[in-house]
Design a protein around this ligand. Structure first.
Ligand code: 6GU
Length: 235
């Protein structure tokens, strides 16, 4: 998968070099390229923002540098390639494990990281002439810009690309894959600082272990995330 990121803070993405996704890049499964939006400005001050039409607080990101940056990315991609453009925004649709799965099948994603009060709305309309456009929110809170949100989405999507996570079975029983939270995990020692591993896990009885884990998943989902439960498991 090819991933381009447009940002005024490229250094945020240095961390992609390390850990799982760093390995995926090394193995050629993930080709991430980070672009500095200021490289696409044309004035001496490398200006990326201006005051909002209609008045109001804050600054808006100017469309021209975005247009040039998106053009450069598309010009550098394979002929006929129509990327999916993702603009992180608290005003976007909610990003979920389902969205991550869907986007992990794409061949080319472009993340556009906004700062200030946002990006001139016409940038989204222009991007829609080049490919699909998704405004995506991580949740109901506000971050300073799209960088941290893009990192989270790149990690959630990247780990679903075949070969990135070594054992694909470890992806199956995770929270949010089937609508229930994950069961609790334990390792040695069986007794630690007065806290015991549940007996059933030491029993060697696979059927009872599976039953216990399922019950734990339902119970913690009911306690912590009742909004995830289908009607017949609620209350
Ligand atoms: Cl995707 N962006 C920003 N700026 N804030 C957010 C967010 C995204 N998701 C939740 N808060």
């Amino acid at each position: 998968m090819r991933v381009d990121v447009v940002t005024i803070f490229p250094a945020f993405f240095d961390v992609l070099e390390v850990s799982l996704l760093g390995k995926a890049r090394g193995a050629g499964l993930l080709d991430v390229r980070v672009h500095d939006l200021r490289d696409y400005t044309t004035d001496r001050h490398r200006t990326v923002d201006d005051t909002p039409y209609g008045g109001g607080a804050g600054m808006v990101m100017k469309p021209e540098p975005w247009g040039l940056a998106l053009d450069a990315i598309v010009a550098d991609a394979d002929a006929g390639d129509r990327p999916t453009f993702i603009f992180p925004s608290p005003a976007g649709e909610r990003f979920s494990q389902g969205t991550a799965r869907e986007l992990s099948e794409a061949s080319h994603l472009v993340f556009g990281c906004g700062r200030y009060e946002g990006i001139d709305e016409r940038v989204f309309a222009y991007a829609a002439t080049l490919g699909d456009v998704r405004l995506m929110s991580l949740g109901d809170y506000v971050l300073n810009g799209g960088e941290v949100a893009s990192m989270a989405m790149i990690e959630a999507i990247g780990r679903l690309i075949p070969g990135v996570v070594g054992n694909p079975e470890s992806l199956v029983e995770e929270s949010h894959e089937d609508g229930l939270l994950e069961y609790p995990s334990y390792t040695k020692p069986a007794s630690w600082r007065g806290h015991e591993v549940p007996d059933v896990l030491l029993s060697g009885h696979h059927g009872r272990v599976a039953e216990w884990r399922h019950a734990q998943r339902v119970e913690r989902t009911r306690e912590r995330r009742p909004d995830l439960l289908p009607g017949d498991l609620e209350a």
